[in-house]
Design a protein around this ligand. Structure first.
Ligand SMILES: [Fe+2]
Ligand SMILES: [Fe+2]
Length: 494
């Protein structure tokens, strides 16, 4: 239970041990009351229209409180900073009774991107209702909302209310409010899969892709990638058979980001690259499911249709409403993702020109993920090291330097590989070694069997040396097939 009290705007309590003086107590009690009434009015506004009488009593109660603040403190400013609400610069300490209301109001203001509402003169009921209805009707996540709300009120001649946008703190935005990057990674990963699924379903119904949302997700992924690439790379081991297309797009984006990061791309370019990865197969949304999932070989007509997906994808990208969020290199990357470096592959390039960097990166990420994912029409799935070996042998397909960079990222034993160590222990690779010299010495979680029970851990670094003999304590003897050993790799990353 949290006692009622106040804190200053920096979020520090004046002195927790000191009892609150009567002014502070009054401020806090009124603040909690205000939030409770605001919560009710916001809720009711979602059910009834503005003229409904059910609203009057709730609005009156809130109005009395607002006007009380104006009389006693001169003005009323309600401000959101991170996860706190400040009333006239004092952080509201939430009481038990107002907790649900507080959560709701905070969430709504954050969603609507409204950071501060200042009331400088006495309001009447109509003005208050206009404020609430205008605000609740704003679309979620739009950075221009505060301006739109202010304009709406100004047009109605309401000059006593001022609105400011929400201040976004980098880490809140990029980690979705999660302090733990691993949690943030998981959430972002699954949210992005959901977004791609929605986008594909929307395209089938001729809806547009929300490029801004896509960009925000990619910015989140870029920030996580820069912080710790193993988090997102670990999640690519999720090979979801049912949701293949969506899962595949997210994995391609992650691998591409990892390559782009090693190449020293700026955050802006990385975001564009991530968006290209997410959208690379979007053209498949127009191909019937029966063809995409056909277990047998495609006939000529079906194959022709399949080969159209890069070009269809480009056309779809050009139809995106917020075209300003897209760049030509993204569309070219999508166009090129099935072309080889010698320009064989599909679709036929318009000019005999080298593939772009985006195209070459997406191609590597795309092939690797496709080869290592079980598919309905292929009974053989390649283990990571097998897929990499095939790609290296494919002379004209991939950019050899980028492929080397990629192998450096995923390692000879990529994250998620099940390996047998020379100590006869079994383990799952959970972090590759960034130093190319130690490409075959990743970090591994040991898996052992004792008394019929599987024991997970500890985690060991294969770079670790034995002090006496000056040799490595452990090394990888060979990769194992997880299915054969009934190891669910995924459980080590979730
Ligand atoms: Fe494709
Ligand atoms: Fe693909």
């Amino acid at each position: 239970m949290v006692a009622n009290g106040v804190e200053d705007a920096a979020g520090k309590s004046p002195d927790e041990s000191l009892p609150l003086d009567s002014d502070q107590m009054m401020h806090s009690r009124l603040g909690n009351d205000l939030i409770i009434k605001l919560h009710i009015l916001m809720k009711v506004s979602q059910i009834y229209d503005q003229k409904n009488v059910a609203l009057n009593q709730v609005a009156q109660g809130l109005l009395e409180l607002i006007n009380h603040f104006l009389k006693s403190e001169g003005s009323l400013a309600l401000k959101v900073i991170r996860d706190g609400i400040f009333i006239n610069e004092k952080r509201l300490k939430v009481g038990v009774d107002s907790y649900i209301g507080f959560k709701f109001v905070l969430e709504q203001l954050k969603k609507k991107r409204v950071g501060e509402i200042r009331i400088c003169e006495i309001l009447d009921e109509k003005m208050l209702k206009e404020l609430i209805y205008h605000m609740m009707n704003l679309s979620d996540g739009d950075e221009d909302n505060a301006g739109k709300l202010q304009d709406g009120l100004n047009q109605l001649g309401i000059k006593s209310i001022e609105v400011d946008p929400l201040e976004i703190f980098e880490e809140d935005e990029f980690f979705g409010g999660h302090k733990n990057p691993k949690e943030a990674g998981k959430r972002l990963f699954f949210e992005t899969i959901g977004f791609i699924k929605e986008a594909v379903t929307g395209i089938k119904k001729n809806q547009f892709i929300d490029a801004r949302k896509l960009k925000r997700m990619c910015q989140g992924a870029v920030n996580l990638m820069v912080k710790d690439e193993s988090i997102l790379l670990g999640l690519t081991t999720i090979k979801n058979y049912d949701e293949y297309t969506f899962n595949h797009c997210v994995n391609v984006a992650i691998y591409s980001l990892a390559i782009g990061r090693r190449l020293g791309f700026s955050k802006k370019t990385l975001t564009e690259l991530g968006m290209t990865g997410l959208l690379h197969d979007i053209g498949k949304a127009k191909i019937p499911k029966e063809i995409i999932n056909k277990p047998d070989k495609l006939d000529d007509d079906e194959w022709r249709l399949m080969k159209e997906h890069p070009m269809t994808g480009v056309e779809m990208m050009l139809k995106i409403k917020q075209l300003g969020e897209m760049s030509p290199k993204m569309a070219i990357g999508v166009f090129e993702h099935h072309l080889n470096c010698d320009l064989t592959g599909y679709p036929k390039p318009i000019r005999k020109k080298d593939l772009t960097l985006f195209g070459r990166i997406i191609k590597i990420a795309d092939c690797y993920d496709a080869m290592t994912t079980p598919r309905v029409y292929r009974n053989k799935t390649f283990r990571p090291e097998q897929a990499l070996a095939i790609m290296v042998r494919e002379k004209n397909g991939f950019d050899p330097i980028l492929l080397k960079v990629f192998i450096g990222i995923v390692g000879i034993y990529p994250i998620g590989s099940l390996v047998l160590l020379d100590t006869n222990e079994m383990g799952v690779v959970y972090e590759t070694n960034s130093d190319p010299q130690y490409i075959n010495r990743p970090k591994v979680i040991l898996i052992s069997q004792s008394e019929g029970r599987r024991k997970i851990g500890p985690a060991v670094d294969l770079k670790e040396m034995d002090g006496e003999n000056k040799s490595y304590k452990r090394g990888i003897a060979k990769a194992l097939d997880p299915k054969k050993y009934h190891v669910n790799i995924l459980e080590h990353f979730l």
